[in-house]
Design a protein around this ligand. Structure first.
Ligand SMILES: O=C(O)[C@@H](O)[C@H](O)[C@H](O)CO
Ligand SMILES: [Mg+2]
Length: 382
């Protein structure tokens, strides 16, 4: 009676796409297929993939993953990988509820009792960075991540470089030496800019420098790794083991697969195993909703090479919506001392508020990534 009977999707504020899978016996599994700025496109993909699942046994997760990712000949990319991810998470949620165990128990059992979390901080001026970090420290976090810059010239000016240094210096000053700051270059830097910046950041000892080059230029990341002693991270825009392999071979230190973009729990577990062979730690990308976060944490409780977890509780880019809005029980995602405690309930370990999600979907959302321009009018990376 674990036959898949019904698959629904919900487009909810601020920019998320939830997937609900129900079995004939009434077990409900939730997944998150959010792909920032592209969620409506993913939604269509989820409903087409649903044709492959309805009427089949929900517990054959690996087989469903094979069929969904390979079964229609044309494959790969963020849209399909996000759609598969949302469905895959929901199937793991169902399996956990069916067997009465949290997902990490099905993955081999807990290897840790709590997971360290970090949050994003904004601020254009050093003073603003200081204030935003002070608020996160006040909330108990021991690590934050900041963007290095806004729009960045292809060959950075002294003022642009000094702007980055000033803000990272301010971050280090308020954090002290017992907390960490990661610096996200966000694909805004050319390789030349990134190489010029890295030695200037070394005195502030960032936890890692993220996305030093755009993901389609993974062939350049080795040149960046070789230019700095700072650990290098990437992966929020890589969608499979095959796409991670070259960056592992190039020597990155931290892999950031997104549980909602990289094929879900099934694929990220395999990315983690591959990462382990290259001495790479996981720090999954997750500026997303509660289901994506729970899926990350389930992998984290069962994965030895797991550094830290990104999360967006209370963060202003969620524009008034919050990760906890859709949780019927807010306790599992409450942080203690900058960590989240092991989730013990069956499945993904959180309880989604069905009525709240249905109401939010009626309003929907139209979140889009901005399009930026350089001063001369040409396209600039966001
Ligand atoms: O590492 C991060 O959290 C950022 O790069 C976000 O993924 C990006 O702004 C799109 O949401
Ligand atoms: Mg990033």
């Amino acid at each position: 009676m674990t036959t898949i009977a019904r698959i629904e999707t919900f487009l909810v504020a601020p920019r998320w796409l939830f997937v609900r899978v129900e079995t004939g016996s009434g077990i409900v599994g939730w997944g998150e297929a959010t792909c920032e700025g592209r969620s409506e496109t993913v939604r269509a993909a989820v409903h087409q993939l649903a044709e492959l699942l309805v009427g089949r046994d929900a517990l054959r997760i690996e087989d469903h993953w094979q069929v969904m990712t390979k079964g229609s000949f044309y494959r790969g990319g963020p849209i399909l990988a996000s759609a598969v991810a949302g469905l895959d998470q929901a199937l793991w949620d169902i399996a956990g509820k069916h067997f009465g165990a949290p997902v990490h128990q099905l993955l081999g059992g807990p290897v840790r009792d709590r997971i360290r979390v970090y949050g994003w901080v904004g601020g254009d001026e050093p003073g603003e960075v200081r204030d935003h970090i002070a608020a996160q420290v006040e909330a108990g976090l021991t690590a934050v991540k900041m963007n290095a810059s806004g729009r960045m010239s292809p060959v950075a000016s002294v003022a642009e470089l000094d702007g980055v240094i000033g803000r990272v210096a301010a971050a280090r000053e308020v954090l002290g030496n017992h907390r960490d700051v990661a610096v996200d270059l966000h694909g805004r830097f050319t390789l030349a800019n990134a190489r010029r910046l890295a030695p200037l950041l070394e005195p502030y000892r960032p936890m890692f420098i993220e996305e030093p080059v755009v993901p389609e230029n993974s062939h350049l990341i080795g040149a960046f790794v070789g230019s700095t002693t700072v650990p290098v991270s990437t992966g929020e825009r890589l969608y499979s083991r095959q796409e991670f392999l070259p960056v592992f071979q190039a020597g990155i230190a931290v892999a950031q697969p997104d549980l909602s973009h990289a094929g879900g729990i099934t694929e990220v577990r395999k990315i983690a195993a591959l990462a382990d062979v290259y001495d790479v730690q996981l720090a999954p990308h997750c500026p997303l909703g509660p289901i994506a976060l729970a899926a990350c944490l389930q992998v984290g409780f069962a994965t030895p090479n797991y550094l830290i977890q990104e999360q967006s509780l209370g963060i202003h880019y969620n524009r008034g919506a919050d990760v906890l809005d859709y949780c019927a029980d807010k306790t599992p995602l409450t942080f203690v001392d900058g960590h989240v405690e092991r989730l013990t309930a069956p499945g993904l370990g959180i309880e989604i508020d069905d009525a709240q999600v249905r109401a939010a979907d009626k309003k929907g959302h139209a979140w889009r990534s901005p399009v930026w321009r350089h001063r001369d009018g040409s396209y600039a990376e966001w």
